[in-house]
Design a protein around this ligand. Structure first.
Ligand SMILES: Nc1ncnc2c1ncn2[C@@H]1O[C@H](COP(=O)(O)OP(=O)(O)OP(=O)(O)O)[C@@H](O)[C@H]1O
Length: 776
């Protein structure tokens, strides 16, 4: 028959006669929609072959809202082309392509759009930044931040007393100094010069400035004893150490306490806020010899705590000096320095402490100190000496002005993953599944996000317990309960719990705990969570903002994932520096979108990684979702695709079925977009808001709304579901919650609302004061 003959000439889609795939993820509606989509795709393809039809639009395609709404409806007749008399451009017909399973699903009854993970993803940039794979250098390498192995490198040779050196060996198991410690201890024990200390992350800078201070104060106590004066906690405050975050201040204070246990007559203290000022005042009243503080809190005490006598301060250290400037603490520091100068002069005629140096030594310390610390230089430093591991790396060591030549620890294995926006969430899951597949491979992993909302959302996704979120009393860990054992009023489980066992990551017999941390959490929760993660003996993932990026020294962190890009390349070095510390091994991976973000590879190379490995999103998905214990290429090649799709559908269902989760996902999405807009100017070409595909991105937050409905800044509000302005109350003041969370994204959690206020100003400035940021 003629008809039969015609049929034989059809080129049918590859899977036309295959058994339809079984969709497992999501609820019955999702699965039905997915199945219908596949059938619909097949039918459309056949239709197109028969008559040459219009290309089926994909959710990911750049198309008008109207076009998007065609999906699932009768296709409109193609627009009539204009006649040759028309000057208007005639639209080119779109190129037909094969439909794909789950490619674009018919509009659901609620107007949601469900797209496939594997179609319409932008192609990677191959020419500009992807030269032929570089040969991998497998030769063993000396860790660059490890203690020295040289026989002469002992703490006593650097000027430390045998008692202190012995204490380091017995109590801290530190046999030899690191390279930066050798230089800094020697110099600061012997002279009163101001200094910059710049060395890689994890190279022991904390001890590099603490040890000489403890040694010199111990020397003062000996001189006083020789002069028949007793050294007590009331003898004077001799050293001040400033740090940008409370967490870092606590860590420094803990290291200090360990050192002081060998010279118990020297007393350390800490003032960082987060507790009653009266308690801090009481401690200060008793007297301290070394004080660790956040700048805002110290400035506050200098104003209001009369008993705080700073006239004998002879050492002032600013740890993470560049971060202090970034967070806008110059004014507080300026105030602290001028008070130190003033009170130092006014008490010159007072009681003389034998052995006290004549001048104050100021030290600035960071892995990334550069010219922008100029402000601090002029405020606080006089003829500083640059102390760096490799002086050649500093542009001009003579005037103590380090330049930008910062590198990551040599033993740190770095990689980047090119992951399309749609696949970001499921690829993160794949990376973590793979990392924790086998017991003992990875103990701890830190995942950095750009905003607090995003942390909350991903924390819940990684726990994988969304179904029971509706029951607000379920699984609330005891640490999150109020003293009475009741759930704090007004708090939901999502707001209160900060840790739990993941149902998503981890393999058999390898239970993984997930933690979340950001600056919008209460101080007590932050402290407990951090302690919980640090002390967790099993495998653990910490999802956090940049509040964790600076200075924190957590044990056994093997892997750092920069899921959201850092706000600057310095932040990148600090984030990845949470692993590979003090000579230990470590891995770091950054997620980049295909396209202009690939340009960031050149920035990664500035950190001089030894072997920078590239991963493709599909390759990571295969490894994470492959059914055969991570062996790629076994069984059905598409099985991993199916498993990844099922997982994604399930995630989308959980987001869309729980109002609280949906709200959380929308907030996370909005915060991500806002944070994206605050990249430093030099990097905006790579992190280009205009190139960000908001529709694809929404999928990575489990959202099925169109971007216009999510209320993203700069997007047209569309109808009822348009942009919402959420204003919440905090401390009696109204503020935009999302704006505050963006502050966490950029500033981390610093002491006091003061820094937050400053940071808001910065974000506002960077975004041109755009009203949609609700910063007012
Ligand atoms: N001489 C040493 N030998 C062995 N380990 C050391 C030595 N000095 C310090 N460490 C350890 O190295 C780790 C990193 O130290 P520290 O936090 O001071 O690094 P850092 O240079 O300040 O890092 P970052 O730039 O990230 O703040 C700590 O766990 C510390 O105990």
């Amino acid at each position: 028959m003629a008809d039969d003959g015609m049929l034989l000439n059809f080129s049918l889609p590859e899977d036309a006669f295959m058994t339809p795939k079984i969709f497992k993820g999501g609820n019955w509606k999702d699965r039905l929609t997915a199945r219908k989509s596949a059938e619909w795709g097949r039918a459309k393809a056949a239709e197109r072959v028969a008559g040459g039809g219009k290309r089926i639009p994909d959710y990911g395609d750049v198309q008008s809202e109207e076009e998007e709404l065609i999906v699932g409806e009768q296709q409109r007749p193609a627009n009539k082309a204009r006649t040759s008399n028309d000057t208007a451009i005639v639209k080119k017909p779109k190129v037909a392509r094969e439909p794909h399973r789950g490619d674009i699903l018919p509009k659901t009854t609620t107007g949601e759009v469900i797209s496939s993970l594997f179609t319409s993803n932008p192609s990677v940039v191959k020419t500009a930044v992807q030269p032929a794979p570089e040969a991998v250098d497998e030769t063993p390498i000396e860790p660059s931040n490890a203690p020295l192995s040289d026989e002469l490198a002992t703490f006593t040779n650097l000027g430390l007393s045998p008692t202190l050196a012995n204490h380091l060996l017995t109590k801290l198991q530190l046999k030899a100094p690191t390279a930066i410690q050798r230089k800094a201890i020697q110099l600061l024990c012997a002279s009163d010069t101001d200094a910059f200390i710049q060395a890689e992350t994890g190279s022991g800078k904390t001890l590099a400035y603490l040890l000489p201070i403890v040694q010199r104060i111990s020397d003062i106590s000996l001189v006083m004893k020789a002069a028949s004066q007793s050294f007590t906690r009331r003898s004077g405050l001799f050293a001040l150490i400033l740090a940008p975050t409370r967490e870092l201040s606590k860590q420094i204070s803990a290291v200090l306490e360990t050192l002081l246990s060998c010279c118990h007559w020297i007393v350390g203290g800490i003032v960082i806020g987060g507790e009653k000022k009266s308690s801090e005042k009481a401690r200060l009243r008793k007297g301290v010899n070394i004080l660790v503080a956040t700048p805002g809190r110290l400035a506050d005490h200098l104003d209001s705590t009369e008993v705080l006598d700073v006239s004998r301060v002879r050492w002032l250290v600013m740890d993470e000096g560049d971060r202090l400037v970034e967070l806008g603490f110059e004014k507080d520091i300026q105030k602290i320095v001028s008070v130190l100068n003033m009170r130092g002069r006014s008490r010159e005629g007072g009681v003389v402490v034998p052995g006290l140096p004549a001048r104050r030594t100021t030290v600035l310390c960071s892995a990334t100190i550069k010219a922008d610390v100029e402000q601090l230089r002029s405020i606080a430093l006089k003829d500083p000496v640059a102390i760096a591991v490799d002086a050649a790396e500093l542009a001009d060591g003579s005037d103590g002005k380090p330049e930008q030549a910062f590198s990551a620890p040599s033993q740190l294995k770095q990689s980047y993953a090119i992951v399309p926006a749609k696949q970001r969430l499921v690829t993160l899951v794949a990376v973590l599944k793979q990392a924790f597949k086998r017991k003992g491979t990875v103990m701890k992993c830190i995942v950095f996000m750009s905003a607090a909302d995003s942390v909350d959302f991903h924390f819940e996704m990684l726990l994988g317990e969304a179904d029971t979120l509706g029951d607000s009393t379920a699984r609330l860990p005891s640490t999150n309960l109020s003293r009475s054992g009741k759930i704090p009023q007004g708090n939901t489980i999502a707001e209160t719990r900060t840790q739990g066992v993941s149902k998503v990551c981890g393999g058999e017999g390898n239970e993984v705990r997930v933690f979340r941390l950001h600056g919008s959490l209460q101080q007590v929760t932050r402290t407990e969570t951090l302690k919980g993660f640090a002390k967790c003996e099993g495998p653990a993932v910490l999802v956090c903002t940049d509040v964790m990026a600076r200075g924190l020294d957590l044990p056994n962190v093997d892997l750092v994932v920069e899921f959201d890009p850092p706000a600057s390349k310095d932040d990148h070095l600090h984030r990845i520096g949470r692993t590979a510390r003090a000579g230990k091994a470590g891995r770091a991976m950054i997620f980049l979108l295909p396209g202009c973000e690939e340009g960031y590879v050149e920035v990664l190379k500035e950190g001089k990684p030894r072997n920078l490995t590239r991963h493709e999103g599909d390759e990571l998905l295969k490894k994470g979702f492959a059914p055969m214990a991570g062996v790629v290429g076994q069984g059905d090649v598409k099985e991993w695709e199916q498993a990844a799709t099922d997982w994604q559908l399930e995630a989308e269902r959980s987001v869309n079925e729980h109002p609280r989760h949906l709200e959380q996902a929308r907030r996370a999405y909005q915060s991500f977009v806002r944070a994206y807009a605050t990249h430093v100017t030099a990097e905006r070409g790579m992190f280009d808001m205009k190139a960000l595909h908001l529709g694809h991105l929404a999928k990575a937050f489990g959202l099925r709304d169109k971007p216009g409905r999510i209320g993203v800044p700069g997007q047209r509000p569309s109808g009822k579901g348009g942009k919402e302005k959420r204003v919440v109350k905090s401390g009696g003041k109204k503020r935009s919650s999302s704006a505050m969370e963006d502050v966490d994204a950029n500033g981390g959690a610093v002491d006091e609302g003061e820094a937050r206020r400053k940071m808001l100003g910065r974000v506002k400035m960077m975004t041109g004061g755009a009203s949609e940021f609700n910063l007012g």
